[in-house]
Design a protein around this ligand. Structure first.
Ligand code: SF4
Ligand code: MG
Length: 330
């Protein structure tokens, strides 16, 4: 019972429900054009796996991905190729994602060719792509090799390459976490600008819930391969409902800053607070996977897996936690 759907124009862009995959389970997400959706979790929570599944980089053992309502299941088929063009991935490490022996021109031209845009005036297309990512004047960058660029500039080239496919959605896996703190904001602001101007759907994967508040319209929180809370970013970060989300926010050193400020990465829960490590995904805890660390755990949490419950009055805010089971809460 899993489906991801990508539909058009302010509609659902991606929906999914995923079962039987050890790394991620019961994932259900919708990306909408013109919106950034943050997927937040500690390392090992399965958030990168979700991005790679959506990018069709990992085979799925179940479930469904849909683009504009049509299932994209047959590998190599026409729908599959269209999907691979329309949904582009941006990776965490800008140093690894560009081939060091090739120039910016090569990387971008190749992206245009792969996606059948070679018929266009290539020089003009290169100029436009570099301008879009604010590498200006474009002539200064187009013949550079990756090692001649800073990390931030490389990530901009990677974004330009993704835009070369003329996509509808970007899957950005920790796109700024390897960049200097001083330039992270610039890259996030660029992505936000592109979202608005090109009406893109963006999935923003991060371990830093403070940056989700700043950058994303909607936020989903993952724990141990499952989604545990979701809603608009303002609500999820200001009035978190799930005990895990609360812990994550408490552990963020300063929610208004994008930089760690401490030796600990933001969003990584210190051990003394969370009483233990995130669980292994191979043998996850029974019931609610968070129960061994949860300060509010009840008996049923050890045995019964909580479904998604609506939280308070804010529309679309949900938490997979028994505290919100209105059937028993007076
Ligand atoms: Fe805690 Fe129970 Fe809620 Fe899980 S379901 S987060 S253990 S209260
Ligand atoms: Mg990761």
């Amino acid at each position: 019972t899993k489906h991801f759907a990508v539909r058009k124009r302010g509609r659902d862009l991606l929906t999914g429900t995923k079962r039987s995959v050890r790394a991620v389970d019961d994932v259900d997400l919708v990306l909408r054009r013109g919106r950034v959706t943050a997927l937040v979790g500690e390392s090992g929570s399965g958030k990168s796996t979700v991005a790679r599944l959506l990018a069709q980089l990992y085979p799925r053992t179940g479930g469904d991905i849909r683009l504009h309502g049509k299932s994209v299941t047959v590998k190599g088929g026409k729908a599959f190729r269209a999907y691979c063009r329309q949904v582009q991935m941006i990776f965490q490490d800008p140093f690894a994602s560009l081939n060091p022996v090739h120039t910016v021109r090569y990387h971008l031209t190749r992206a245009l060719k792969i996606h059948d845009r070679a018929g266009e005036d290539v020089e003009q297309a290169l100029h436009d792509l570099l301008t879009r990512v604010q590498l200006t004047p474009p002539e200064r960058y187009v013949d550079k090799f990756p090692h001649e660029l800073s990390g931030g500039q490389r990530q901009r080239v990677a974004i330009a390459r993704a835009l070369g496919a003329d996509p509808e959605a970007l899957l950005a896996d920790e796109p700024v976490s390897m960049l200097d703190v001083s330039i992270r904001l610039g890259v996030l602001n660029l992505l936000r600008d592109l979202k608005e101007r090109l009406h893109l759907a963006i999935l923003y994967i991060t371990h830093d819930i403070a940056s989700a508040r700043y950058f994303a319209d909607d936020t989903l929180v993952m724990y141990a391969g499952r989604m545990v809370e979701g809603g608009d970013s303002e609500t999820v970060t200001q009035s978190p409902a799930h005990p895990y989300t609360r812990l994550l926010i408490e552990s963020a050193p300063d929610p208004d800053r994008l930089d760690p400020g401490t030796g600990k990465e933001p969003g990584e829960v210190p051990e003394e607070k969370g009483a233990g490590e995130p669980p292994s995904l191979i043998a996850p805890p029974s019931g609610c996977r968070f129960h061994p660390r949860c300060p509010a755990a009840m008996q049923r949490c050890e045995t019964d897996l909580p479904p998604r419950f609506e939280v308070d009055d804010s529309p679309g805010h949900w938490a997979a936690c028994w505290l919100y089971d209105s059937a028993v809460t007076p």
